[in-house]
Design a protein around this ligand. Structure first.
Ligand code: SF4
Ligand code: SF4
Length: 178
């Protein structure tokens, strides 16, 4: 059985689109839903049919704020920019997806693993801590050189400067005091 959602024009909530339109570098409503972006997208091709930049734009146009922001699919985009290169209307799906991620982060709608990954970057300077054990595996199994220790203090200062720590709610989640 297929489930179809009827959307009445009178119920369309354009607030999310309006949040975008203020600082987008292109006309979101120029998108005519041709699907070239989705047809070109490697995530849509290999990562599952559900991911679709065309559909993300459609949901924004239909005002379905919750469906867009609570959709973990917005975190799958690899920012390869193929969709942007091929769009006949000069719409830029990666720009839209970055903005959606920023809005979702501000509203603390993050995939479960994201705060931990962000905390690692802010603590160790890497997405995952690389210690003696990991370096040994790199050397013995993969013949790779030891990874240099990142300058985590500088990384943390830079992250704080651009407010990355605020965006990922680092202090609340790690219990670090203001
Ligand atoms: S963003 Fe561009 S390529 Fe994608 S559906 Fe809209 S007009 Fe087509
Ligand atoms: S930038 Fe994102 S949405 Fe666009 S083709 Fe690449 S993975 Fe897909």
């Amino acid at each position: 059985m297929t489930t179809e959602k009827v959307v009445r024009l009178s119920d369309v909530d354009l607030r999310l689109a309006e949040e975008f339109i203020e600082d987008l570098t292109f006309d979101l409503f120029a998108c005519y839903q041709c699907g070239t972006c989705t047809g070109s997208c490697p995530v849509a091709r290999f990562g599952g049919e559900e991911f679709s930049p065309r559909n993300i734009i459609r949901l924004i146009m239909m005002g379905d704020r919750d469906a867009v922001l609570h959709n973990s699919l917005i975190w799958l985009c690899t920012s390869c920019y193929v969709c942007e290169e091929r769009c006949p209307q000069d719409v830029k799906p990666p720009e839209i997806i970055v903005k959606l991620r920023n809005i979702a982060s501000k509203e603390d709608i993050l995939p479960d693993a994201w705060p931990d990954i962000a905390a690692n970057i802010l603590t160790f300077g890497l997405m995952n801590e690389v210690g003696e054990y990991e370096n040994k595996i790199r050397q013995t199994r993969f013949k790779l050189p030891e990874l240099p220790t990142p300058d985590s203090d500088t990384i943390k200062k830079l992250a704080e400067k651009i407010k990355f720590d605020v965006l990922v709610h680092f202090k609340e989640k790690s219990g670090e005091k203001e």
